[in-house]
Design a protein around this ligand. Structure first.
Ligand code: NAP
Length: 280
C-alpha cells in the first residue's frame, strides 16, 4: 500500500482562497480584519517569521500592523504595548513572536493578550478552554495538524497516539487536541525512558522534538499515521521520513506538510475573530 500524503501546502493554499472570500465579504460589510504582530529585538529567524505572517495577511486582503520593540524592552513596557492593542477595536488578533529576550516574563506577556484576540493560542486561558472542549483558538501548529487530519478524513478515535515533545505551543496542546478526538495519548519528553519501545507501539506519532531525524524509520509501526512538526535547515524534520511511503498509512512530508498549515491557521483564526463582529 502506498501511504496517503498529508499535503499541507495544498490544503493551506485551498484554505487561503476560502479566507480571501470571507475577507472580501467582511470588507463589504465595513470590517477590515487586522492582525497586530509584536517583535521584540532583532532575532533574524523571528524577523523572517513575522514577515511571512504579515505577507500571508496581505495575500488574503487582511491588514497587519507591526510593532517592533528594542531588545532592551522590559516586561512592563511589553505589557503596556499589549494592553494598547487589546483596547484597539480595529485589531482582531495579536501575535507576540517568541522567543522574547530573556529579561521579559514571556508567560506573563502571553497571558496579557485578550482571549478574544489570542489567535495564536498562547494564553493559559485559551489552552484551558481548548482542553475542556470550550471554544478557543488553539495553538496554530497543533491546530493546523488537526485540520490536516480532518481534511484527509483520518479516523483517529481509539488510536494509540504518541506525541514526542511537551512544549506549551506544540506538544502539550497537540496531546489535548488528540485526546479531545478520542485518541489514547502518551506524551514523551527528554526524561522519558524506553522512548523507542513506546513509539514502536504507536498508531499515530507526532514528532515535536526539535532534533533532526530524532525518530528513526525502524521505530514506526506498519500503517501508522506519521506527523512531523519539525523543520531544520537541512530540510528535514524530527522524523526520518525515508520509506514512509511504504511503512506508514499517511504522513506529512517535510517541507510541505505541517509548516504551511501553521501560518494559514493563524490567518484563519484572525479572520474568524473579525467575523465574530457580525454576530456580537
Ligand atoms: P521545544 O520547545 O524545544 O520542545 C522540544 C520538546 O522535545 C521538549 O518537550 C523536550 O522535552 C523534548 N525533547 C528534547 N529532547 C528530547 C529527547 N532526546 N527525547 C525526547 N524528547 C525530547 O520545541 P517546540 O517549539 O515544541 O518545537 C518542536 C519542533 O517543532 C521543532 O523542530 C520546531 O522547529 C518545530 N516547530 C515547527 C513549527 C511549524 O510551524 N512547523 C512551529 C513550532 C515548532 P523536555 O520538555 O523534557 O525538555
Amino acid at each position: 500500500m502506498t501511504a496517503k500524503i498529508l499535503d499541507g501546502k495544498k490544503l493551506a493554499s485551498l484554505s487561503e482562497e476560502e479566507i480571501k472570500n470571507e475577507v472580501s465579504i467582511l470588507l463589504s460589510k465595513g470590517i477590515q480584519p487586522k492582525l497586530a504582530t509584536i517583535l521584540v529585538g532583532n532575532d533574524p529567524a523571528s524577523e523572517t517569521y513575522v514577515r511571512m505572517k504579515r505577507n500571508s495577511c496581505e495575500k488574503v486582503g487582511m491588514e497587519s500592523i507591526a510593532l517592533e520593540l528594542p531588545e532592551t524592552t522590559s516586561t512592563e513596557e511589553l505589557l503596556e504595548a499589549i494592553q494598547k492593542l487589546n483596547n484597539d477595536s480595529n485589531v482582531h488578533g495579536i501575535l507576540l513572536q517568541h522567543p522574547v529576550p530573556s529579561q521579559i516574563d514571556e508567560r506573563k506577556c502571553f497571558d496579557a493578550i485578550d482571549i478574544e484576540k489570542d489567535v495564536d493560542g498562547v494564553t493559559c486561558l485559551g489552552f484551558g478552554n481548548m482542553s475542556m472542549g470550550i471554544e478557543a483558538y488553539g495553538s496554530c501548529t497543533p491546530a493546523g495538524i488537526i485540520r490536516l487530519i480532518k481534511h484527509y478524513d483520518l479516523d483517529i478515535q481509539g488510536l494509540n497516539a504518541v506525541v514526542v515533545g511537551r512544549s506549551p505551543i506544540l506538544g502539550k496542546p497537540m496531546a489535548m487536541m488528540l485526546l479531545n478526538l478520542n485518541a489514547t495519548v502518551t506524551i514523551c519528553h527528554s526524561r522519558t525512558k524506553n522512548i523507542e519501545t513506546i513509539i514502536k507501539k504507536a498508531d499515530l506519532v507526532v514528532g515535536a522534538v526539535g532534533i533532526p531525524r530524532f525518530i528513526k524509520t525502524e521505530w514506526i509501526k506498519k500503517d501508522a499515521i506519521v506527523i512531523d512538526a519539525g523543520f531544520h535547515p537541512e530540510k528535514c524534520g524530527d522524523i526520518d521520513l525515508e520509506k514512509m511511503d511504504e511503512i506508514s498509512s499517511a504522513y506529512t512530508p517535510v517541507p510541505g506538510g505541517v509548516g504551511p498549515m501553521t501560518i494559514n491557521t493563524l490567518i484563519l483564526h484572525t479572520m474568524q475573530s473579525a467575523k465574530k463582529l457580525l454576530t456580537n
